[in-house]
Write a protein that binds this ligand. Structure first.
Ligand code: AMP
Length: 619
């Protein structure tokens, strides 16, 4: 797909609904459209400049936000006022980023460990959503300038492992930038679309591996595409591995060669910046040549391809280990993968292509510009949304189970992990107390049986439930996950119609490592969880029986014999005691004993009531 610069002020373009595709990247961002004449996806660029806009924001003395190449120049000279990698902070709490704090040279605020992070520049505070919105606004302005038409609608891509919070944050950033975000799609899905994979419903089923090695991150995704429907089978990767590490390995090689200590390198900012730039230049040069040589200060800096490849082999091996894990998680074998799609600037390194190709035993797809492939795919998706390809649907899966808290702090899963989205599930619940006027709905995400081990996403009260005996109200809780992976929860009391809805904007997000840890924990604790669930269920049943027996006795004491009353009191006391002992079997035995005692007289009294009623008396 050719990259062209568009400067069209034609009527046809202005009349048509312009929906752009945006790749909001960690290092670079860009915007693409379907060319109205050629019908090809093209990245927008102004004249001879690059289509890539560095995802860097510099705040000047007046706190004006400057985005892109100009901002990038301030990374070294004004690190406190220059924000990079804002994408890494999207939907994250301070706790989430704490372990990688050294990575950021600007100030990340810790006011409340569970709230979302903010970045401090001077005396102002910015959320990652605002920071991303500055980048999106810059892209929107550029596009409007090039296309000479307002740009208000967009499809934005996110990594496949982004959770609800991160997707919502991306959507909010779009809104803040004045964009109506029609859809959030996964980056690997977009990359596949750019290769024309999955663009028609007639296509046979295919399994695709998307290998995305950028400047600072590596993502591996395995997708299944069936008749135009995309499904993410698994994701893997490393959020701190990329082309920057290739550069670092060259720098380390030069430092050793010229006896420059790590301290000198760190303290001499000019030297470190100079070497960094030349290392990147060397790396890019070696993608097409066998030797690199330059003079810098008093140093003759050189490296040949063979040495470079030796240096980066361990880094490539790390990515291949992630590929192996992704294949395993997708429950497939390597030879079931039909196509490999290469994404990200670092896939220009020939050794990367060779190793990935060897690993999968197939030639890789790398003909589309790896920096633009995601944005081009987003533009294709935008075109589909504009109504140009109706037989098309994008489908993803939920990475973690979604559910609500029920009696005893148990997790009741409504949407299991790996469910296809969009998805809608409804389940009925009822009240525990007579006349209960409200019901609290707590929404959780995770795989453990007890909600305390999962992550709370939201909580709300369904109020104004009309007074009814316990167990009579029918409260239907429905979970709807839309195509962007955003969850809407509705609770409705069906007899009265009262309802309450909430769109889940989680308080804080999860990193992909945490998602993995939560899955691992659920496996490690599976046995404990089953035992705990059984105990909690037994306790809940015991408590309910105590409560109903008590009510029954108060109401019908006159119709019970003295022996029955004594036996019941004793059995209730024994059950009460067992509830404090965390012994499921004991609780079940005591519950059964109380049941055996109360059942005969309960039946007798009910029979009496029925025969009284038959005689025309009220129950
Ligand atoms: P991305 O994050 O996808 O924009 O990728 C940026 C990374 O790709 C940076 O580490 C660049 O140095 C690297 N890169 C760009 N062009 C080349 C090239 N020709 N050869 C090797 N690496 C490259």
């Amino acid at each position: 797909m050719a990259k062209i610069s568009i400067n069209i002020a034609t009527g046809s373009l202005q009349q048509a609904e312009m929906i752009v595709g945006i790749d909001l990247g960690t290092t670079n961002s860009l915007i693409a459209i379907i060319h109205p004449e050629s019908k090809q996806a093209v990245a927008l660029q102004e004249h001879d400049s690059s289509s890539l806009v560095p995802s860097v924001i510099y705040f000047d003395e007046l706190q004006n936000a400057i985005v892109g190449d100009v901002a990038k120049q301030y990374l070294e000279t004004s690190p406190q006022n220059t924000i990079f990698s804002a994408k890494r902070l999207m939907g994250k709490s301070y706790q989430d980023v704490q372990q990688n704090e050294d990575f950021f040279s600007y100030k990340i605020i810790d006011d409340n460990t569970e709230s979302l992070v903010k970045v401090q520049v001077g005396n102002k505070f910015y959320s990652p959503i605002e920071l991303s919105s500055f980048i999106l606004k810059e892209l929107k302005n550029r596009a409007e300038h090039i296309l000479k038409t307002p740009v208000t609608k967009a499809v934005i891509t996110v990594p496949a492992y982004f959770n609800d919070a991160q997707r919502q944050a991306t959507r909010d950033a779009g809104k803040l930038a004045g964009l109506d975000v029609l859809r959030i799609i996964n980056e690997p899905t977009a990359a596949s679309l750019a290769y024309g994979i999955g663009t028609t419903v007639q296509e046979a089923e295919q399994t695709i591996a998307v290998y995305d090695l950028g400047g600072g991150t590596f993502d591996m995704s395995i997708l299944k595409i069936n008749h135009g429907i995309f499904e993410v089978l698994s994701t893997n990767g490393n959020t701190y591995l990329g082309g920057d590490d290739f550069d670092k390995s060259i720098i380390d090689y030069w430092l050793a060669q010229h006896n420059i200590t790590a301290t000198t390198f760190k303290e001499d900012k000019q030297l470190s910046q100079g070497l960094r730039l030349r290392a990147e230049e060397a790396k890019k040069h070696l993608s097409n040549a066998d030797n690199y040589q330059t003079n810098y200060q008093n140093f003759s800096l050189s490296i040949n391809k063979e040495t470079f490849e030796k240096l980066i082999q361990p880094l490539i091996d790390k990515t291949l280990a992630c590929c192996a894990n992704a294949v395993k998680d997708a429950n497939i074998s390597i030879n079931e993968i039909d196509t490999i799609v290469m994404v990200g600037g670092s896939t220009r390194v020939p050794l990367v292509n060779k190793c990935v190709s060897n690993f999968f035993g197939k030639t890789v797809n790398n003909s589309v510009n790896p920096d633009e492939v995601v944005a081009l795919g987003a533009a294709i998706q935008a075109d589909i949304l504009a109504g140009n390809n109706k037989n098309f649907l994008l489908l993803d899966i939920t990475p973690l189970s979604l559910g609500i808290e029920t009696m005893g702090g148990l997790m009741d899963v409504l949407i299991p992990r790996n469910s296809k989205i969009p998805s809608k599930v409804a389940r009925q619940y009822t009240t525990q107390k007579d006349g209960q006027g409200s019901m609290r709905i707590s929404v959780y995400q995770g795989e453990r049986d007890l909600v305390k081990d999962n992550r709370k996403l939201a909580e709300f009260n369904l109020t104004n439930i009309p007074g009814m005996p316990a167990g009579l109200p029918k409260v239907e809780v429905s979970f709807m996950v839309n195509a962007d992976g955003i969850l809407k929860v509705k609770a409705q009391e069906l007899r009265s119609g009262v309802e309450q809805t909430i769109e889940v904007k989680p308080q804080y997000g999860l990193t992909d490592e945490e998602v993995e840890k939560m899955l691992m924990d659920s496996i490690t604790h599976a046995k404990d969880d089953i035992a705990t669930r059984a105990l909690v269920e037994a306790q809940t049943e015991g408590e309910q029986l105590l409560s109903t027996t008590e009510k029954f006795i108060t109401k019908h004491a006159a119709q019970l014999t003295k022996e029955e009353l004594t036996a019941t009191a004793q059995a209730m006391q024994a059950l009460q005691l067992s509830l404090t002992m965390n012994d499921k079997n004991l609780i079940q035995t005591k519950t059964e004993e109380l049941n055996n005692i109360s059942k005969p007289y309960a039946e007798r009294i009910m029979d009496n009531a029925i025969s009284q009623a038959m005689k025309g008396k009220s129950v």
